[in-house]
Write a protein that binds this ligand. Structure first.
Ligand code: UDP
Length: 447
């Protein structure tokens, strides 16, 4: 039920279902971010409805996370997993389903916060249809991504939507100063940008002693544990980590243990990447040293972070990188690629070390420096935990988001912006097909 005593807001995360199992099939940081932001905002007094696309007919249409925070799954296209690169054509159906949901509930969301460029497109339509205050977070920026990977067929549409949303949204939330810089240099000089970082649950990700964590997990107390957790995706650079560990193995007198965590499904893209990584592990002679522990929930993850001597985030590109701050919150130093948000969260020589992406030799040297000096490693770990508590706790981050929402809503009331009916007199379909700049079929050249 929608609460009448609270201001309702909508978070839209087209493909990142906040209620999904994290760690497989593209479910990662965006899902975690939206879910945690939603729950924390509800705790601050908002009624938070998080909209996503339904990917399984057996999934519940509504998942209630807390009394004032829920995930609403809208039917937009086939109820099955579709990779995000193939989702754009279903976005008009998402807009229609959103409008129908509002109409059915007799609800109106005056503020919409969208996540990822596909949701940005939805937000731009809702701005026209419903006159909402529109806030956007990119999570991943095509303009940066396509500098290092081949552009998919829909790259042009994505870049165009990324520019439109920056220029037209009431505010874009960048999660690091590095992202803000990329927006200004690669996307547009126009539009309002505010930096509000991603957060983490510092009550869950806490410092536990390494010995206690290893004992609970049944891990050897005398080994040197290098830990990776995340999706199996070539962009995550797990290959670099494996090759770095192979270089480090010789220098660590047989004590090195590589633990790789993350879910995967056979036959899917993440299953194929896991199989590829396993082959590299074999080719590098690391089979005995490597443990694949599968998907881990946030209940188990703190123990794994605490058990590790070092957590490695070897991504080719990372807009923010939640894993780095989770590990840091648990008092574990991080070796990360010198890219994107990782340059913001990991302070070199203070909370961990940075290395150039895809440079196995540089990663190996950085990992070895930390493994070789336990005293220094524990100083890095305690400084890391302090940094997360000061800058990246969910509480603080949600308070900043809440303040931004409050200001935007107050401004819209003060300026007495004309409120349209939340659903226009003509049908939503009519609007979507009228809107030349937005009809996906046309943009894809299929009309
Ligand atoms: N994660 C998890 N279990 C796993 C793998 C990943 O809970 O087995 C979580 C991880 O703890 C983090 C998120 O997935 O909260 C990954 O976010 P990040 O920003 O590091 O990467 P993304 O997936 O967004 O590229």
């Amino acid at each position: 039920m929608l609460s009448r005593s609270r201001q309702a807001i909508a978070l839209i995360s087209d493909h990142g279902d906040p209620a999904a199992e994290i760690g497989k099939e593209e479910a990662g940081g965006q899902n975690v971010y939206v879910r945690r932001a939603g729950e924390a905002l509800a705790a601050l007094g908002w009624q938070v409805d998080m909209f996503t696309r339904k990917v399984n007919p057996n999934d519940a249409a509504i998942v209630q996370h807390s009394p004032h925070c829920r995930t609403i799954r809208l039917v937009a296209g086939p109820e099955q997993f579709i990779p995000r690169d193939a989702l754009f054509e279903y976005m008009p159906q998402f807009v229609e389903a959103f409008q129908a949901f509002q109409a059915k509930q007799g609800a109106y969301y005056p503020l919409v916060h969208t996540h990822y460029w596909l949701s940005a497109w939805i937000g731009l339509q809702l701005r026209e249809l419903n006159n909402v205050q529109l806030i956007h977070t990119y999570h991943s920026l095509g303009a940066v991504k396509y500098l290092s990977v081949a552009s998919p067929s829909n790259a042009e549409i994505r870049l165009s939507v990324e520019k439109q949303i920056l220029e037209q949204a009431d505010c874009v939330v960048a999660t690091s100063p590095q992202e803000q810089e990329h927006l200004r240099t690669l996307v547009s000089q126009t539009g309002c940008v505010k930096v509000i970082p991603c957060g983490t649950d510092v009550d869950n990700f806490q410092v536990v002693t390494q010995a206690e964590a290893r004992t609970k997990l049944g891990l050897n107390l005398n080994e040197q544990i290098v830990f990776y957790v995340g999706r199996f995706d070539p962009r995550k650079g797990i290959e670099t980590l494996v090759r770095a560990c192979a270089l480090s193995k010789a220098r660590n007198q047989g004590k090195l243990r590589l633990v790789i965590a993350g879910g995967s499904s056979p036959g899917q893209a993440d299953g194929l990447e896991r199989a590829r990584i396993k082959q590299i592990v074999q080719a590098e002679g690391l089979i005995e040293q490597t443990l694949f522990v599968g998907r881990l929930g946030h209940d188990q993850l703190p123990l794994y972070y605490a058990a590790a001597d070092v957590c490695v985030v070897p991504s080719h590109y990372e807009p923010f990188g939640l894993v780095a701050i989770e590990a840091m919150a648990c008092g574990t130093p991080v070796v990360a690629s010198n890219v994107g948000g990782l340059q913001f969260t990991v302070v070199p020589e203070e909370t961990g070390l940075l290395a150039p992406p895809q440079d196995a030799e540089a990663f190996s040297i950085a990992i070895d420096r930390i493994l070789a000096d336990q005293k220094w490693a524990s100083l890095l770990g305690s400084q890391a935990a302090a940094r997360v508590r000061e800058q990246f706790s969910w509480c603080g981050v949600a308070a900043q988001l809440s303040e931004l929402y409050r200001c935007l809503l107050a401004r819209s009331i003060m300026h007495d912006l004309p409120r349209r009916s939340p659903w226009p007199s003509g049908s939503v379909k009519a609007h979507l097909s009228r809107s030349t700049k937005v009809a996906p079929a046309k943009m894809l050249g299929r009309a």
